[in-house]
Design a binder for this molecule. Sequence first.
Ligand SMILES: [Zn+2]
Length: 288
Amino acid sequence: MRRILIAFAHPDDESFGLGGLIAKYVDDGAEVYLICTTNGDAGTIPPEMLNGYNSVAELRLSELQCAAQKLGLKEVFTFGYKDSGMMGAETNNDPQASWYVWQNNPDELIQRVVTVIRQINPQVVITFNRYGGYGHPDHIAIQRATEKAFFLAGDPSYMSGDLPPYQPQKLYFSSIPTFMIRLAIWLIRLRGKDPRRMGTNQDIDIQAVLDHAEPIHTKIDIRNYLDIWDEANACHASQGGGRIGFLPRWLRRLLGAKHGLTRAYPPPSHNKVDEYDLFEGVKFDESK
Ligand SMILES: [Zn+2]
């Protein structure tokens, strides 16, 4: 059985970032699992959307459930941390925020990821790139924890409950195509805004996203899954989900037919695209 574990931070990262790719692999018969570290409680929500929910977290997690169903995720592991803000935000001092936990007790997060890996035995693990996509502390926390957990899960001397050690075979970082980032920067400048100071709090630096982009080694054909991707995005209505596909469909099919990822392990010998399937070279153990 082919299994993929995606380790992300917020309810919506899975759809906005990897919706097409998840739908493709589920359709191919692979089991795709998700870790979502926070409950999305810091998301900005139009008040009328909160009708029928007790909290922002409850709404965000129900949106995640909707997306998980559309995409066909096998199981979602929610870690239940609070959202952190961007670097330096006051909320990052909350002991329940994932960035605070990563700063003060990193092994807690690492151990939780190791436990999931040993429980589901994925051959392939995907997380954010080392900049956490756009520098969000919650993204960076789970990225670092997952990179450590990827190797520790296979180490018999690393204890995590009584699950036997298990070593996944491939580690990938998700990425945003650089032409998309360049296009965004161009559009932002055209509107007279500063790409280094974007977002509601002007703390998102799009230029830095481009500067930290990592090379692409793997390209996955997802052209048949753009509709499901849109549907999963639409589940995250409180986060503007319906508006993510802002480009006309024909242009998206042209530009977004292939989804690129960075292969962190096994390390690539050249920084060029050399594979078209996440399971390329994976050895399957019939007993698992
Ligand atoms: Zn996120």
